[in-house]
Design a protein around this ligand. Structure first.
Ligand SMILES: [Zn+2]
Length: 729
């Protein structure tokens, strides 16, 4: 029976426990704690198609003592403990004023006691949950908890089938998967927060309602966002696994988890997550020059195993950037490393390219002309072959430069449960200077000092004013089981990454307040400090890219997108699944313009002024410049307010004080006049002051019509791109 009043309630009744309010109702079995139902009362839709599965699991380590510590067995390192009937220890319910509570109790391994408290509030679509654990297990070898899966929502299919369900996940920039059961095997099940997942939420919805699942965890504990198709029942399991360390004798209380039941699409979920983020996250301090920036021109000093440029070419490369319309150059491969690597991990400027003095001289020349210059660093990887440098470079590095060695740095390295080192690119073909880098723990002070030492040298002594941090908000991200680094949980690595970026940003600002730190990837918490997020939405990271997801949630972050992680024909097509034409790099530029992002023009090779791509880039940049004043003073709202547009014409909206921007991308084969209809009722405007259309060729006034809160815009044929500005009173 559904309760229709808006009060919250929780009660136990025969063999089930119920909690809800006027918007939703969740039902749990009192026999075993399994999830029986979750109903959206606004639409009547039942979300749980395959009921009865447990809502929690634990990972406990299977370990023995060796190498002076307890590490996991080398064969099976942990056991997944899903509760059986005998693990369920009952439930209680209570209610006071507007808040109702349901508590589920479990006991594992004779002493690991878990209590989950759900809280339903009157009128709130968010069902909150907190988990408390005390580990009273006597068996140290088998009783250490190393991960907690909760809330695990099995058997989900909104409206009875996943066929029309859409799964939206924060896979880097964002991902949108229509019919996630049918698409099984074409996307990763787990997204690790801090690497793959840029935020701690996901959403699944259909026209019958949406399910928002989030972790409101200010401690940023490493977690996996799980979305697993169940091919037997044709439903989805949505869950969150946190890497917390709770050995016998210890206790842990989680931060809140949130299950939201809503109508509408993923934007609702993003709005809720932004509200939470804004309740505690600060905004980054963006230097004025970066606000005005249109992007960067990127070059690798070597490419394809060949040395192409030297440091003395930097001023000429900057001139090239200027001729393209950019005033920022970003370099890969400047460090003393192998020619075939863009990204070695010892940062003394390569003596074969000119060494530190030539680099500093070239950078000063660019800075004097008002240009900005950046170099590459990696936030976590180290070469265990050091201090032996590749390609006999030791002979060329000046003697006073200290080369770090693995004998010391092994202490900063991340460990797996079994005590082995975490490797990056193990066995990568051609990486003959090592068998892979080792991932260093961002919590280890020695590692932080090393990285800051080199970054500050570049800013202070060489004059660089852009620091690019590879893998800072990007995979791989893994737990660290070496507690000598001072972390409490092996999942504290994300928190430490954010702290490290904060330290770097602050240290750099003390030398040059206008210097900026760019992170590879994008992340909610890291964006409090980092100035630029490098999106890489055109590389091979998902077949279902939806870069709107992160940008809509955090519209005040500065985002570059483009070429640094190279696009392929297939990855470009992922952005244009319906296009009836051959796709090119021009289509990459168009999409970046459409979303109002800045251009990452890093093709690693030089782009000569008459190259076809360079000519087109200048046209697109010119168009961006015409509307830039509006763009930088507005907020991206995706396609909210858009009522209708023709198929294969994309339109994105930006909202400012008294104006609206609509960017347009027409990918139809024959381009003709079309109508756009926007719902402007929520903006409450009285009249249109003026409306202008900017295209690649011209600008002209537009006729617009408002009737019944709808703005109807008649758009003349476009040569691909356009932008409409509507100023209103
Ligand atoms: Zn560590």
């Amino acid at each position: 029976m559904l309760r229709v009043d808006s009060m919250s309630y929780a009660f136990l009744e025969r063999d089930r426990a119920v909690i809800g309010n006027g918007l939703y109702e969740m039902t749990v079995s009192l026999k075993d704690g399994g999830l029986l139902g979750l109903v959206n009362k606004s639409t009547g839709a039942q979300y749980v198609l395959s009921p009865g599965k447990p809502m929690i699991y634990l990972w406990t380590l299977l370990s023995d003592k060796r190498d002076s510590g307890f590490f996991a067995n080398e064969g099976e390192s942990y056991k997944v403990r899903t509760p059986r009937k005998e693990n369920f220890a009952g439930a209680t319910s209570s209610r006071d004023n507007n808040l109702s509570r349901l508590v589920l109790k479990y006991s594992f391994l004779g002493g690991i006691r878990v209590e989950i408290e759900f809280r339903a509030e009157k009128g709130s679509p968010l069902l909150e949950a907190r988990l408390q654990m005390f580990n009273g297990c006597r068996d140290w070898d088998r009783g250490r908890v190393v991960a907690v899966g909760f809330p695990e929502l099995h058997g989900i299919a909104i409206g009875g089938s996943c066929g029309d369900n859409v799964l939206v996940r924060p896979n880097r920039f964002g991902e949108k998967i229509v019919d996630p059961v049918e698409k099984a095997g074409t996307y990763t099940v787990n997204l690790c927060y801090g690497g793959y997942a840029s935020m701690q939420w996901m959403d699944m919805y259909s026209r019958l309602g949406g399910l928002y699942l989030a972790s409101y965890d200010k401690t940023l504990t490493l977690c996996e966002l799980e979305s697993e198709p169940d091919l037997e029942t044709e439903t989805m399991r949505l869950g969150i696994r946190k890497y917390v360390y709770v050995p016998p004798g210890a206790a842990w209380t989680s931060e809140p988890y949130v299950i939201g039941v809503h109508t509408g699409d993923w934007h609702w979920a993003a709005d809720r997550y932004r509200e939470w983020a804004e309740s505690w996250m600060r905004r980054p301090r963006i230097p004025e020059w970066l606000k005005e920036s249109d992007g960067w021109y990127g070059i690798g000093f070597h490419h394809g195993g060949k040395r192409l440029y030297r440091f003395r070419d930097i001023p000429e490369i900057f001139e090239e950037a200027v001729s393209l319309g950019l005033n920022q150059v970003q370099f890969w491969g400047q460090m003393a490393g192998p020619c075939r690597s863009c990204c070695y991990r010892f940062y003394y400027p390569d003596p074969r390219l000119g060494g530190a003095e030539e680099l500093a001289k070239a950078v000063r020349q660019v800075r004097k002309q008002g240009g900005h210059v950046g170099f590459y660093f990696n936030i976590q990887a180290f070469d265990p072959m050091l201090p032996r440098l590749p390609e006999n470079l030791n002979k060329l590095v000046p003697e006073h430069v200290e080369i770090p060695g693995w004998d010391v740095f092994r202490r900063y390295a991340q460990l797996h449960f079994d005590g082995s080192y975490v490797r990056q690119y193990p066995g990568r073909p051609g990486a003959d200077w090592a068998d892979g880098f080792r991932i260093m723990c961002p919590c280890a002070q020695g590692w932080r000092n090393y990285l800051k030492h080199w970054i500050l040298k570049y800013v202070k002594e060489y004059g660089a004013d852009v620091i690019y941090l590879d893998q800072a908000a990007s995979p791989p991200v893994t737990y660290c089981f070496n507690f000598e680094h001072g972390h409490v949980h092996h999942g504290d690595v994300v928190k430490c990454r954010v702290e490290l970026v904060k330290e770097i940003v602050e240290a750099v600002a003390r030398v040059n307040p206008d210097a900026v730190v760019v992170v590879e990837g994008n992340g909610d918490a890291i964006g409090q400090y980092a100035h630029v997020h490098l999106y890489t939405s055109f590389s091979t990271q998902t077949r279902y890219p939806c870069p709107e997801v992160f940008y809509y949630t955090f519209p005040y972050y500065v985002i570059f997108d483009g070429f640094a992680n190279p696009p392929t024909p297939e990855t470009i097509r992922n952005h244009y699944p319906d296009a009836n034409k051959e796709l090119t790099f021009e289509d990459v530029l168009n999409k970046i313009f459409l979303l109002g992002l800045r251009f990452d023009l890093c093709l690693y090779r030089r782009l000569r002024i008459n190259d076809k791509l360079a000519v087109y880039f200048r046209k697109v940049l010119n168009l961006r410049r015409k509307v830039k004043n509006y763009l930088v003073n507005s907020r991206f709202i995706d396609d909210i307010l858009l009522v209708s547009r023709p198929r294969l014409v994309e339109a994105k909206l930006f909202l400012g004080e008294g104006f609206l921007i609509v960017t347009l991308l027409d990918i139809r084969v024959s381009r003709s006049r079309f109508k756009l209809i926007l719902n402007v009722k929520p903006l409450g405007f009285k009249a249109v002051r003026r409306a202008l259309l900017y295209t690649l060729e011209s600008e002209k006034p537009l006729d617009v019509d408002i009737t019944g809160g709808k703005l109807v815009i008649d758009v003349p044929p476009l040569n691909g791109l356009g932008a409409i500005i509507v100023e209103y009173l």
